[in-house]
Design a protein around this ligand. Structure first.
Ligand code: PHE
Length: 472
């Protein structure tokens, strides 16, 4: 075990950092809208069950593997997998996936930064114009915003685990909670807000079908940052005396609580401004919600509270989204960075320079997917649709490979690491674990039905995304 490996200084440091990773753009808009469209409270119940019964065991497996190995994913799988080719592939996948997801997430974060900048400059009326987003994504001002976001991320990551990631999370996460609560209170005071709350909370079980269930699990998986190598890496920054089990539970609860609370902001805001909205007509795409729909909502809001106040509310919203996105990006870029440090035995600065350069370059390329470069905008064709580079990255890495990585870690625990060693690892820092119900449940589920469910989701996603058919 490397003695120079950095560690989080405290449990709360880890929890805030991991929650910072988990709480992202998906929590603020994607989750609330998915819930409202797919059965309200019924979706919320299913989602919560998935978090507790499927995601938590996978989360503990990732954290446990990381702490056991004290390495980032590639080396962790290689070492504990006793250097077999099969497990090296799992480690490689857990390294390339965050790299590629970082690229697509970076594009969205840079856009958010651009919108924040415009709002703060008093240009809410401009970004609320219906054709603004289309023009914005094809404008070279992107490069300036990209440079600013890259500088901020590098500024945090260069500080390392304690002085960078942990310190930033300790400042940014409480700020995020505060901004969210402020917006919720403000939105709930608007007329008609309660109609939104109703759509969000009242259960409608008739909406639940195979594809809603698949979507809920995929959303929970993504939201908890599973399958991206992040929790393996953060787990490796855990000390042996730290309590993985309680920390994992708290991260899952925090992430779910933030997603739930965000629904009390997003839906009431929509219904306060557009009382006749049909929930089914809301866009599935968080991107179009954030960049097209929300600016219009804030602009309409200025009729009620005045332009100045609407600008303040919009600025807080984009700042909230930006903070949520930055803390997620920090965690995801840390994975390839720490792997690079380990593999090439170089300093954090050098690894960051290499990774930062590679990710920025690919981000620039992916950002031309919307018309700037015709061949990037139309790089592939499958399931009857033309796809841009951005679409391909989302389809392959975000939608498809995540459940596959989840499946692989379950198989790894069951067939290679062995469940008794996994349980022994979780007991360190939590001596009562071996006698708990949770242990019995995790032990059974991770080796039986969780991998089966993840395999079905993986197969269904491949069928839907690449062949245009679905069996769920
Ligand atoms: N959990 C994040 C979200 O909900 C997803 C994510 C995590 C994306 C880490 C990138 C990096 O948005």
């Amino acid at each position: 075990m490397s003695t120079s490996r950095e560690h989080f200084s405290s449990k709360i440091g880890f929890i805030l950092a991991a929650a910072g990773s988990a709480v992202g753009i998906g929590n603020l808009v994607g989750f609330p809208v998915a819930a409202t469209k797919n059965g309200g409270g019924a979706f919320l119940i299913i989602y919560a069950l998935f978090v507790a019964f499927i995601c938590l065991p996978v989360m503990l497996a990732e954290m446990g593997l990381g702490r056991r190995a004290q390495h980032s994913p590639y080396k962790a799988y290689a070492e504990l997998g006793q250097d077999t080719k099969r497990w090296r592939i799992a480690g490689w996948l857990a390294t390339i996936t965050p790299f590629m997801i970082a690229v697509f997430y970076m594009v969205i974060t840079v856009w958010i930064f651009g919108y924040l900048f415009q709002t703060l400059s008093g240009n809410l009326d401009i970004i609320a114009q219906p054709d603004y987003f289309g023009k914005f994504v094809n404008d070279y001002s992107f490069v300036g915003y990209l440079v600013a976001v890259t500088v901020i991320i590098n500024f945090i990551l260069v500080g390392g685990v304690r002085k960078g990631i942990e310190r930033a999370s300790k400042i940014l996460m409480p700020t995020l909670f505060l901004m969210l609560v402020l917006l919720v209170i403000f939105v709930l005071t608007l007329d008609n807000a309660m109609a939104g709350v109703e759509f969000y909370l009242v259960p409608d079980f008739s909406k639940i079908d195979g594809s809603v269930i698949n979507g809920a699990l995929a959303q929970a998986f993504f939201s908890l940052s599973l399958g991206m190598g992040i929790l393996i890496t953060y787990g490796s920054y855990f000390r042996r005396s730290d309590d993985i089990v309680t920390s994992g539970k708290l991260v899952a609860i925090t992430d779910t609580a933030v997603a739930f609370t965000a629904g009390l902001m997003t839906l009431p805001a929509i219904f306060a401004i557009y009382p006749d909205t049909n929930p089914e007509s809301l866009s599935d795409s968080s991107v179009s919600m954030i960049f097209s729909f929300f600016p219009q909502i804030f602009m309409q809001l200025s009729d009620i509270v005045g332009y100045g106040f609407a600008t303040v509310a919009a600025s807080i919203f984009f700042l909230l989204a930006f903070v949520a996105a930055i803390t997620s990006l920090v965690s995801i870029i840390e994975v390839p960075t720490s792997s690079f440090m380990e593999r090439h035995n170089v300093s954090r600065k050098k690894a960051l320079l290499a990774m930062g350069f590679a990710i920025t370059l690919l981000t620039l390329l992916a950002a031309t997917s919307f018309g700037l470069l015709p061949w990037v905008s139309n790089v592939a064709h499958y399931a009857g649709v033309d796809k841009s580079l951005f679409d391909v990255i989302v389809d392959v890495f975000y939608d498809t490979i995540l459940p596959l990585n989840g499946l692989l870690i379950c198989l790894f625990v069951r067939f290679r690491w062995k469940r008794k060693n996994f349980a022994a690892e979780l007991s360190e820092g939590n001596p009562n674990y071996q006698t708990s119900w949770l242990h019995k449940y995790v032990d059974f589920s991770i080796g039986t039905f969780i991998p089966v469910i993840l395999a079905v989701i993986f197969a269904n996603t491949v069928a839907t995304k690449f062949f245009g058919t679905s069996f769920l």
